[in-house]
Design a protein around this ligand. Structure first.
Ligand code: PGA
Length: 252
């Protein structure tokens, strides 16, 4: 089975309502013709519904949330559940982004609970992971990534794995302008695929899309996406400009 090519826009805590709607419209117009690549936009919570309405009629586009609660419903003031996200048009959710792990102390247990509730609500999960700079410097990046995969994904079934996309995002490359070079990216993506094979078998390993994220832009996307085991990108800063994001989508 052929893996999906995906380029995803993680807008983080950027844009106001009118900016979000116009940016999504521009991205739609500029990437409409690139049918072989799935485009997923992750706006801030309040704009998900309007972005989803804008994109829903068009094949090859999806809308997602940057986070969801680990709880299903109830007295959790300020939280947003996976089912709520689904009900406003989200089809995807990010789980495990390093900003959530590091700034909001999301532990593997919390990430697993989020992942389970998202899957129950029929969202596709983009599970993010990646080593920090000191971990790469001490040469333990493979160990770290293997642990991040097995401790959260290890208990999932093969059926659940079909609802997952992975995103390798080395923390030292996120928002820093420093990108993993194609060799570093390919090396880690091949390693991740091997971990998937060990955990779930060859079929799941072959068909799971693994995205690269971390200062991916219109200049470096082409050589990153040319790597055998890189199936696309999760784009932060460069996804806030429609032209640049479209150029990245066109890099395939
Ligand atoms: P960046 O962010 O492209 O701005 O480095 C990527 C991400 O955090 O998903």
């Amino acid at each position: 089975m052929k893996r999906n090519k995906i380029v995803a826009a993680n807008w983080k805590m950027n844009t106001l309502h009118s900016e979000a709607v116009s940016l999504a419209g521009d991205i739609l117009a500029k990437t409409l013709k690139v049918r072989e690549v799935k485009k997923i936009i992750f706006p801030p919570f309040p704009f998900i519904n309007d972005v989803a309405i804008l994109l829903q009629e068009t094949e090859g586009f999806g809308t997602g949330a940057q986070n969801c609660s680990q709880y299903e419903k109830g007295a959790y003031t300020g939280e947003v559940s996976a089912a709520m996200l689904k009900s406003v048009g989200a089809g995807f959710v990010l789980v495990g982004h390093s900003e959530r792990r590091l700034l909001f102390n999301e532990s593997p247990d919390i990430l697993l609970a989020k992942l389970q509730t998202a899957l129950q609500s029929d969202l596709t999960v983009v599970y993010c992971f990646g080593e920090q700079l000191n971990e790469r410097k001490s040469g333990i990046q493979h160990q770290v990534v293997k642990q991040q995969l097995s401790e959260v994904l290890g208990s999932l079934s093969k059926t659940q794995m079909n609802q997952l996309v992975l995103a390798y995002e080395p923390v030292w490359a996120i928002g820093t302008g420093e990108t993993a070079n194609p060799q570093q990216a390919q090396d880690m993506h091949a390693f991740v695929r091997q971990c998937l094979e060990d955990l779930f078998g060859k079929e799941i390993s072959d068909q799971t899309s693994i995205l690269y994220g971390g200062s991916c832009n219109a200049q470096n996307a082409r050589e990153l996406f040319a790597c055998r085991d890189v199936d696309g990108g999760l784009i932060g800063g460069a996804s806030l400009k429609a032209d640049e994001f479209a150029a990245i989508v066109n890099s395939f």
